[in-house]
Design a protein around this ligand. Structure first.
Ligand code: SAH
Ligand code: SF4
Length: 393
């Protein structure tokens, strides 16, 4: 069965990707309307609204005219919660049989944290072509690219949950504060859509996110990293490293054969310098594969010259490979070596609720870059505080 292709972002005919239209094309689409209509439409788009029927300040005739040109809002197929309502997973149907998951993680204000946070983990592709063997998404291959409106729609969908007083947990803001590109797909393999999404999410007329609140996780597509750098929007970049040498990384991360470690780290250094942001490296711990003390020492040697933070992610089992996370003692030894070597390191534990199992790797990424405890995590170990914690009765 052939799948319908994603609509093109064209002003010629058919459905457009309104977030990627040069403003001239939007003007063309609004031909015959007063010039201020373009601004009105842009303001709706900035808030994540693409359905002309909901653009209530446009005349009805124009809303009708745009109805066939703008993409329909994805339909929420499923909404599940966990962790006493602190975690929500939304399954959005895209209209061509595809469905994508987005996860909302709430971090209420508490004694330590004066302001609560609402983080959404979003997908940029249905599936992924990068083929990392430990990853459920990679095992399934690429189904199709998402359009910008489909990526923005994920943020809008969880914004709807946060606006609902009955759903929003106490101490959590009524809007999204952080977005992490850590769901399905490789964001930098859908580069123009990722870049456009970042631009719109940081638009002050809409979601108004600070660049610091946006994290893009990449497997290491160097041209994309350099492109993000050129954007001069200092978002946080998280690099999925997973191995401290090329020989092993070639196997765990096939794209390493095209962009080996030296090239990747040079791009990371340039990014860190240009944005004055500290780099985060993610490292999935796989027992018997990349989690030995020797691997940890190699990682330290590689990252010590950098102000690097390492997120250690015990592997979530996936069907296609017989790999698993190492025992907790091995994870801690790995983290200890990183800390002793001058890196900061965090271990994330990812099991715990029904929805985690269902969303596979998404859950592995909830904690991302915030350095904060996951609502559903069994344990997040800020290693700097470990010695103190262990002495507590
Ligand atoms: N493609 C991007 C973003 C999506 S994956 C990337 O790879 O960075 C987000 C994170 O989940 C990555 O660090 C990825 O390596 C990790 N991940 C994938 N499969 C996993 C698994 N089975 N267990 C734990 N983490 C996993
Ligand atoms: Fe794609 Fe990231 Fe999974 Fe690799 S880890 S297959 S890049 S989603």
């Amino acid at each position: 069965m052939t799948k319908p292709a994603a609509p093109r972002h064209t002003a010629g005919g058919g459905v457009v990707d309104p977030y990627r239209m040069p403003s001239g094309s939007l003007d063309d689409l609004l031909d015959g309307e007063p010039a201020f209509r373009t601004g009105q439409v842009r303001q709706w788009l900035a808030r994540g609204v693409t359905d002309p029927a909901a653009m209530t300040d446009l005349p009805l005739a124009l809303r009708d005219r745009l109805a066939d040109r703008f993409p329909r809002t994805p339909i929420t197929l499923r909404h599940v919660t966990a962790d006493d309502g602190l975690t929500h997973k939304v399954l959005l149907g895209l209209g061509d049989g595809e469905a994508i998951e987005s996860v909302l993680l709430c971090y209420p204000a508490d004694g330590r944290r004066q302001r609560g946070r609402a983080t959404v983990c979003i997908s940029t592709q249905a599936g992924c072509a990068m083929g990392c063997p430990f990853c459920a998404t990679g095992q399934a291959g690429l189904r199709r690219q998402l359009r910008t409106d489909e990526v923005v729609a994920q943020v809008r969908a969880v914004t709807g949950l946060l606006r609902d007083d009955d759903l929003r947990p106490a101490g959590v803001p009524d809007h999204v504060t952080n977005v992490v590109f850590m769901g399905m797909g490789e964001p930098l393999a859908n580069l123009e859509v990722t870049v456009a999404t970042v631009r719109w999410l940081t638009d002050r007329h809409g979601f108004d996110l600070s660049a610091r609140g946006v994290t893009v996780s990449t497997i290491g597509l160097v041209p994309g990293i350099r492109r993000l750098m050129a954007l001069a929007v200092p978002i946080t970049l998280a690099i999925s490293l997973h191995a401290p040498n090329d020989e092993l990384r070639d196997q765990l991360v096939p794209i390493n054969q095209r962009h080996p470690l030296a090239e990747l780290l040079a791009a990371c250094d340039a990014y860190a310098e240009a944005t004055a942001r500290r780099m985060t490296f993610e490292y999935v711990l796989i027992d018997g594969v990349n989690a030995s003390a020797e691997h940890a020492r190699e990682l330290v040697a590689l990252l010590r010259p950098r102000r690097a933070h390492v997120n250690l992610i015990p592997m979530n089992p996936t069907p296609a490979v017989p790999w698993a996370a190492p025992p907790v003692a091995t994870q801690r030894r790995f983290a200890d070596i990183c800390e002793d070597g001058g890196l900061t390191a965090t271990i994330r534990h990812n099991r715990g609720t029904d929805i985690d199992a269902a969303c596979g790797q998404l859950y592995a990424n909830y904690q991302v870059a915030s350095g904060r405890r996951l609502p559903a995590a069994e344990r997040v170990l800020p290693l700097a505080a470990r010695g103190v914690a262990e002495r507590d009765p």
